[in-house]
Design a protein around this ligand. Structure first.
Ligand code: AMP
Ligand code: ZN
Length: 473
């Protein structure tokens, strides 16, 4: 069966053929680690996790390389560290750890490689020097800029005219730019900001621009031309357009990736999600707090909600949607409970067919409905299919257990619940260290409401704050 995917580059659905079926390569732009991932950020994670699972099924688990970067150098990170009196590394490390915990709770597998920007500075510098040597970039006032007019094909991915692009560019054009469209590859660091020795003979220390990070990391781990590049639709321009410009001009290739895939945007209760509207929801809040509907939600429920619309369509994330997903998960859970799946069970054809149709998750969910209906009327084969399908789609029992499902008694016996409490306690200690008393109180109240007693103290050896906990008798 062919895998068909919509390619943003050609604007049509195409049959996917990898450059090398023994090494299928996919790159997805990952998080900038300064704050909890919001529910919109989780959408590409779930979408490309499904594609990763499908590629592993089709080409073999050992023949797929999935790289998703961690951007750990950025203005937003610097600002956050400064505001909280923490080191940049503390901010990036705690945020990356939280990201992993949240995405694991949503049933997303870890990518094969998670390159960090700060560990690839030399690759970025080498690429920047090559761009200057080849005449695609120039040095100006401590900056290195990519000269967009040198690339004939610029704008092909987003299909924008230069006028459109200019309208989207910053209003104020930096004086050192030859043209308003030119973008930064390298810039000087201000005092206190992370900095590295600069390329191209620039004396003052500096740091990379955002776009060059992905080009350098993708080049290092996946090669000059690879199969699939993904991300949210907002990244098409300028980020992906700039990645293509940098990679193609540095490597002298026609293409960077052969298939470009973009997920649509997620809204909350019909409105754009934004901090100012007060409808901004993090994955962490869904899993661990009472922000939505006055309760927590299991990871599988959140994942199924994110799968409810086709990935290229907009998705309206609502409490009603979560409730409906939960009803389904609970219904399926009952049918699957008695089934013991062999470890190497194959997913049902109907589900593979649905995913091969440009990751058609509504169609995959419809297939699960069908299995559930048959299973309810006593068809054991259908129940086994339901179990195999749920597990393949990352909706299996591993991700059902959320805070809500577990009773207090179960908590102590339940290592996942204990791990969750430990995690919240670590968050609370971090909040206190950052003097964020409101957040620290919020976490304490949340735990207390769940019948957990906290005992604060000091570790006698290190002198650091330590919190022990037990369930209220
Ligand atoms: P950022 O940290 O803003 O670069 O975003 C990380 C990823 O989440 C990117 O792939 C974005 O395109 C994606 N993303 C951000 N906001 C949303 C949203 N509201 N809906 C869907 N995807 C989003
Ligand atoms: Zn990127």
């Amino acid at each position: 069966m062919d895998l068909v995917i919509y390619n943003t580059l050609s604007r049509v659905k195409e049959v996917f053929t990898p450059l090398d079926p023994a090494r299928v390569r996919m790159y997805v732009c990952g998080p900038t680690v300064y704050d909890y991932a919001h529910i919109g950020n989780a959408r590409p994670v779930v979408v490309f996790d499904l594609l990763y699972r499908l590629l592993r099924h089709v080409y073999g688990a050992d023949h797929v390389t999935y790289a998703r970067n961690i951007t750990d150098v950025d203005d937003k990170i610097n600002a956050r560290a400064e505001a909280e009196g923490r080191t940049i590394r503390e901010v990036t490390e705690t945020t990356a750890a939280q990201y992993h915990a949240d995405m694991a709770a949503l049933g997303a597998m870890l990518p094969t490689i998670e390159p960090r920007a700060t560990e690839h500075i030399d690759d970025m510098k080498a690429m920047i020097e090559r761009l200057v040597e080849r005449g695609y970039a120039y040095v100006a006032e401590g900056h290195v800029l990519f000269e967009v007019s040198k690339m004939a094909d610029y704008g092909r991915l987003s299909g924008r005219s230069v006028d459109d692009m200019l309208a989207g560019a910053r209003v104020e054009v930096a004086p050192y730019k030859r043209d308003a469209m030119d973008f930064v590859l390298w810039k000087p660091s201000k005092p206190g900001e992370p900095s590295w020795p600069s390329p191209c003979g620039i004396e003052e220390a500096g740091r990379p621009g955002w776009h060059i990070e992905c080009s350098a990391m993708a080049g290092r781990h996946l090669g000059e031309v690879f199969d699939i590049h993904g991300g949210g639709i907002d990244l098409t321009f300028p980020h992906h357009e700039n990645e293509i410009a940098q990679s193609c001009c540095a490597h002298g290739t026609e293409q960077m990736a052969r298939y470009w895939m973009h997920n649509g945007f997620l809204q909350v209760e019909g409105e754009k999600m934004s901090k100012s509207l007060g409808n901004f929801i993090t994955v962490h809040e869904l899993l661990e707090s009472d922000k939505v509907g006055g309760r927590t939600w299991p990871g599988a429920v959140v994942r199924l909600t994110l799968m409810s619309a086709h990935y290229r369509q907009p998705l309206d994330f609502t409490q009603k949607g979560l409730e409906e997903a939960e009803k389904l998960i609970e219904r399926w859970a009952k049918l699957i409970a008695p089934i013991e799946l062999p470890a190497d069970v194959a997913p049902p054809e109907e589900v593979i067919e649905a995913l091969c149709d440009d990751i058609n998750t509504p169609r995959a969910i419809a297939a699960l409905h069908g299995f559930a209906r048959a299973a309810r009327s006593g068809d054991a084969d259908a129940a086994a299919k339901l179990a195999a399908a749920a597990s393949f789609l990352g909706l299996g029992p591993e991700s059902w257990r959320g805070a809500t499902a577990a009773s207090e008694d179960a908590a102590k016996a339940d290592p996942e619940m204990a791990a969750r409490v430990e995690r919240l306690i670590a968050d609370r200690i971090a909040a206190r260290a950052a003097k964020d008393w409101a957040e620290s109180d919020r976490i304490r109240d949340l735990l207390v409401a769940e019948g957990i007693v906290l005992m604060d103290g000091k570790n006698p050896q290190t002198g650091e704050m330590e919190t022990k906990w037990e369930l209220k008798k």
